[in-house]
Design a protein around this ligand. Structure first.
Ligand code: SF4
Length: 97
């Protein structure tokens, strides 16, 4: 998170800046840790820079913890979904005359 702070001003507006950092690093995303995940996500839900945070985490690649309101596993699914999305065709036939 310190790296994010150094790279952009969005971090200055983070709702979690005054929260316990441990809240955002549960030991898992299920079982007894689920309540912690939900509390962290509740903070993220109020965060004005949630999109920027999620974009940062997606761009950084695998990182532990909850970023942008998403767990590591949820971010993995987002990345996989985007990787599987068909891209617009750039063939000559697709270009309008
Ligand atoms: S979206 Fe969540 S983790 Fe990201 S800056 Fe906001 S409160 Fe912190």
């Amino acid at each position: 998170m310190a790296r994010a702070a150094a790279e952009g001003t969005w971090w200055d507006l983070a709702a979690c800046s005054s929260a316990d950092p441990d809240l955002f690093f549960p030991i898992s995303a299920s079982g007894p840790a689920l309540a912690q995940v939900m509390r962290a996500k509740a903070v993220c839900a109020t965060c004005r820079v949630r999109p920027q945070c999620l974009q940062f985490a997606l761009a950084e690649g695998p990182m532990e913890g909850i970023w942008g309101g998403a767990t590591e596993e949820e971010r993995r699914v987002i990345v996989a979904h985007h990787s599987a999305s068909p891209r617009p065709s750039r063939s000559v036939a697709a270009v309008p005359a």
